[in-house]
Design a protein around this ligand. Structure first.
Ligand code: DX5
Ligand code: ZN
Length: 220
């Protein structure tokens, strides 16, 4: 009955075995593939760039949900459009002209997302809420998988759910960081639409069962 969607992040996969990670995600019944791009400047870690996204594009028809943790994303947004991303989410903190970047993404018929780190309030992106397709709330400080969920994030989720109802906006509320079955249940209750899962998904002995448990928190 739940419409909650799950987006496994390949950040916790073995980067020398990406095809099998994509296979694991497809077999699990998950909805999107979350791709964490890090530049070593906006966050203290480096991952991969547009070639990885283009190569994954050839392996799957699942939506590719690109999460840009990079400075000045307006420079690299065209690379990810070209690579076949279905969604491109960038950080409010990394981009002065965020409204222009949203238009740049949407002009290519790609869904545009805005993200905020734990120390940024929802108010910082309020002027964008009527034009974005995705709001990604970071529930850990971005840069690494396997960190602990920051509870104050729950208030941001309910605030965004209320704001959408009032404004008639259409964004999906995506939560990223520290998602497991316990936090997933709280996030679903607060109004999240999509849960990103990295370490918990790749550690699960049975990925399909894990995805079902996240989607139907009451059932298990
Ligand atoms: C963190 C990334 C996340 C990460 C989540 O900077 O944006 O997408 O993969 O990993 P977990 O689920 O392990 O917190
Ligand atoms: Zn992410």
């Amino acid at each position: 009955v739940s419409t909650l969607r799950i987006a496994p992040s390949i950040l916790s996969a073995d980067f020398t075995a990406i095809a099998s990670a994509i296979d694991r995600i497809e077999q699990s019944g998950a909805d999107w593939i979350h791709l964490d791009v890090m530049d070593g400047h906006f966050v203290p870690n480096l991952t991969f760039g547009p070639k990885m996204v283009a190569d994954i594009r050839k392996l799957t028809t699942l939506p590719l949900d690109v999460h840009l943790m990079v400075q000045n994303p307006d420079i690299s947004i065209p690379w990810y459009i070209e690579s076949g991303a279905d969604h491109i989410t960038f950080h409010s903190e990394a981009c002065v002209h965020a409204h222009r970047a949203v238009q740049q993404i949407q002009a290519a018929r790609v869904r545009a997302g805005i993200s905020i780190v734990p120390s940024t309030p929802v108010a910082a992106i309020e002027p964008l809420l009527d034009c974005v397709d995705i709001v990604l709330v970071m529930s850990v400080n971005p840069g690494f998988g396997g960190q602990q969920f920051i509870p104050s994030t729950l208030q941001k989720v309910s605030q965004l759910a209320r704001a959408r109802d009032n404004a008639g906006a259409r964004y999906d509320i995506v939560i990223d960081g520290g998602v497991n079955q316990g936090t997933g249940q709280q996030l679903a209750a607060a109004g999240a639409d999509v849960l990103v899962s990295g370490s918990a998904f790749f550690q699960a002995p049975e990925p399909a069962r894990f995805v079902q448990a996240l989607k139907n928190p009451g059932a298990a």
